[in-house]
Design a protein around this ligand. Structure first.
Ligand code: NAD
Length: 469
């Protein structure tokens, strides 16, 4: 275990250009991040390529054992990692936030280690014997966002390492310290050069996506960047897993109990202060219970404390950066100007040092309003009224993204029927956004392609090879 200060010191840059990372709750400095260059990226890829064959030859059992030791290392430093994450990203220590995220890192490492992937005998009829194996790809590039920086990095690196690959990570410019600290802890248990972080900007991301020494890119981020990565990776025909933007719909059927579902709806929408890809972003509620759902949800939301993440009392934090704060402000103001009713929130303090935007609930809003149609990625939830399930399903499916969705009902069998009609990678029943390392996760439409987690997630980090004879 290292103290918080020792962790920061261990990742402090010793040379080259640096950048001060500011706490989004206070505007105070958290630490210095290196500004790595494309030359640094070249060195990291070369070191990864050198380390990878020795790692691949160890085999699944030894690599899984190393991942389990890496999970232990995360658990030993869990509190220090959570504090750094809270200060850099803004999310509170408590609630489904910083401590939860660090816990998820250990959990995903453990499940990636334990998941069984056997060679499959596809045909064995006396004449033909064909087996399907998954071989290491080589060096994998992992490019991530700023909302769940540690957890999403583990989602990318755990299956990659398990399958015998080396990994070069390009974290978001907004949250490099969290990822550098996580990698520092993991590297206590991994061979030198196998896992490294290149903390650069967009130019480094582009160079990683187009580099001939990289066999696959695991990307989580916006749909616009995903499209740029498809283009820059095309010349080297790179494999891609793309977890892109969403704008998840939830449909509340008329038989649901508003009070019973209010807390689930709240966390589905406001987890990580709304800065979550698969969060509930558009809530469609049947006319018969519209007012009751609005009231129940507003009263749950009004009671949730927001503030500095290091205060043990808080469960909502600031937005991570000013750009996101401005996007949410603009969309909520436009909704208000259009005549929508703000039931809770709006009106952030513009002079505060942090980027706090209050939990905001907006009723009587049209489905074409930009607050509904655009990914606002913050703590605002528009609630749209519907009168037939067909109408609700049509509105849910009207966008060109489809990451998650949910259906809320007292009758799960009825909810499943509605779920089957929704164009999304996951449809939850009476919950929203609950990811599980054993259950495949990925997007439909422009929310991306490829699956993470479970055995499907391991297969995505291997090259399929058929041995036929
Ligand atoms: P972003 O696309 O702006 O940035 C993501 C990463 O891509 C950063 O590391 C950035 O430096 C890098 N990058 C930017 N331009 C690049 C380029 N041309 N080539 C290569 N790399 C480049 O996303 P963000 O604002 O950090 O994250 C928020 C977005 O991520 C939202 O749209 C959210 O829905 C999405 N997201 C999706 C999932 C999922 O699982 N589907 C999970 C979390 C976040």
């Amino acid at each position: 275990m290292e103290t918080y200060d020792a962790l920061l010191a261990a990742i402090a840059p010793t040379s080259g250009e640096t950048r001060t990372i500011l706490d989004p709750a206070t505007g105070q400095p958290v630490g210095q991040a290196p500004v790595h260059t494309v030359e640094d990226l070249e060195a990291a890829i070369a070191a990864a390529a050198t380390a990878q064959p020795g790692w691949a030859v160890l085999g699944h059992d030894a690599r899984s054992a190393a991942l389990l030791r890496a999970a232990d290392a995360v658990e030993r430093s869990a509190e220090e990692l959570a504090r750094l994450l809270s200060r850099e990203q803004g999310k509170p220590l408590n609630g489904p936030n910083a401590r939860f995220e660090v816990g998820a890192c250990a959990a995903w490492l453990r499940v990636a280690a334990a998941t069984v992937l056997e060679a499959e005998t596809v045909v064995d009829d006396g004449e033909t014997r064909a087996e399907l194996h998954y071989r290491p790809i080589g060096v994998v590039g992992a490019i991530g966002p700023w909302n769940w920086p540690m957890m999403i990095t583990v989602w990318q690196l755990a299956p990659a390492l398990r399958m015998g690959n080396a990994v070069v990570i390009k974290p978001s410019e907004y949250t490099p310290l969290s990822v550098l600290a996580l990698a520092h802890v993991l590297n206590q248990e991994l061979p030198e050069g196998l896992l490294s972080v290149v903390s650069g900007g967009r130019d480094v991301g582009e160079a990683l996506a187009s580099h001939p020494g990289i066999g696959k890119i695991m990307f989580t981020g916006s749909t616009a960047t995903g499209k740029a990565i498809i283009k820059s990776s095309a010349d080297t025909v790179k494999r891609l897993t793309l977890e892109l933007g969403g704008n998840d719909a939830g449909i509340v059927l008329p038989d649901a109990d508003p009070k019973a579902i209010a807390e689930g709806l709240f966390w589905g929408a406001f987890i990580n202060t709304g800065q979550t890809c698969a969060a509930l972003k558009r809530l469609y509620v049947h006319d018969a219970i519209y007012d009751a759902v609005c009231e129940a949800l507003t009263s749950v939301a009004a009671a949730m404390p927001m503030g500095n993440g290091l205060d043990e009392n808080n469960v909502l934090g600031p937005l991570q950066n000013r750009q996101q704060f401005d996007i949410v402000s603009r969309l909520v103001e436009a909704a208000r100007d259009s005549g929508a009713r703000i039931l809770l929130g709006g009106n952030p303090d513009q002079d505060q040092p942090g980027h706090f935007y209050p939990a905001t609930i907006v009723a009587d809003i049209d489905n074409s309003n930009p607050l509904v149609a655009e990914e606002q990625f913050g703590p605002a939830l528009p609630i749209i009224r519907y009168s037939t399930v067909d109408e609700a399903v049509a509105m849910a499916n009207a966008l060109d993204v489809g990451l998650g969705a949910s259906v809320w009902s007292a009758d799960p069998a009825e909810a499943r029927k509605v779920a089957a009609r929704i164009e999304a990678g996951t449809v939850w029943i009476n919950k929203h956004g609950a990811v599980d390392p054993r259950v495949p996760f990925g997007g439909a439409k422009q929310s991306g392609y490829g699956l993470e987690f479970g055995v499907e997630g391991l297969k995505a980090l291997g090259v399929p090879q058929v041995i036929n004879g």
